[in-house]
Write a protein that binds this ligand. Structure first.
Ligand code: NAP
Length: 230
């Protein structure tokens, strides 16, 4: 399938899915959370929340306390602890994992035993985030009070403003046994006017078209897996 046909599918998808619809599909406890709007925390929370949606209702007495405790100040770790404290054997792909909310999401997933593919357009920055901020291998004091020395993290290059780079990542991910979570965190916001390598306006090209193309390339195999992916 050509890049062109992938993007035609995107235009159709944007036309039929309004933001209001996607928000209403999220689990109720996340409404009102600032993190919900667009952060990786919300992305991982909503995916995990959706995955465990049926379980959440049937064992509401077990999870109601952590759920009630989640709010706009909740950390990625608190969200993971509330929904899926054990992610051993699972693999997550996190875009923009080298900084900010992305790094926190990688760390929280790794702390639950998840193998994490940290994607970054700057591989060195990604490796540094993994070593210094997540594993704390250089003895640096960790601000939020926990580190994950045995984190299973693989850093791969991804420039969302270059569809060839997106294709390359999808190819590299073929060697992964499974992809259970896809956290589409990377993004630029209100930067100076610019264009992606493929000629799209920088913000929509990076945040939306790049992520849509990645998802579209990975979806067939994610659907084929024995366990459902999110
Ligand atoms: N923090 C907030 O209050 C807030 C509010 C609304 C939305 N968001 C969204 O939430 C997400 C995370 O926010 P944050 O605060 O953690 O921001 P951040 O620290 O600026 O992180 C953004 C990440 O996206 C990466 N990125 C940018 N362009 C890319 C590209 N072309 N290819 C691959 N990666 C790219 C950045 O990589 P580099 O380090 O190489 O630049 C960085 O890792 C972003 O999408 C942001 O727009 C955040």
């Amino acid at each position: 399938m050509t890049v062109r046909s992938h993007l035609l599918r995107l235009v159709t998808a944007v036309a039929v899915v309004s933001p209001a619809m996607s928000f209403s599909a999220l689990p109720k406890p996340f409404f009102g959370s600032r993190a919900l709007a667009s952060t990786a925390c919300a992305a991982s929370a909503s995916s995990i929340g959706q995955q465990t949606g049926s379980k959440m209702q049937s064992r509401s007495s077990v999870v109601s306390m952590p759920l009630m405790a989640l709010g706009k100040r909740s950390t990625a770790k608190e969200v993971i602890d509330a929904f899926s404290p054990n992610l051993k054997g699972k693999t997550a792909v996190v875009t923009g994992g080298n900084s900010g909310i992305g790094t926190e999401t990688v760390k929280a997933l790794a702390s639950a035993g998840c193998r994490v593919i940290l994607c970054s357009r700057n591989v060195q920055a990604g490796e540094e985030a993994a070593e210094v901020q997540i594993k704390a291998s250089q003895g640096r004091e960790i601000k939020d009070g926990y580190s994950v020395p045995d984190a299973d993290i693989k850093v791969l290059p991804l420039d969302l403003a270059d569809l060839a780079s997106v294709e390359q990542l999808a190819k590299e991910l073929e060697s992964e046994e499974s992809i259970d979570y896809l956290v589409l965190n990377a993004g630029v916001m209100i930067g100076p006017k610019g264009y992606t390598k493929d000629g799209f306006e920088r913000q929509i090209g990076t945040n939306h078209f790049g992520h849509f193309y990645l998802t579209d390339l990975l979806l067939p195999r994610m659907k084929q897996q024995e366990t459902p992916s999110r």
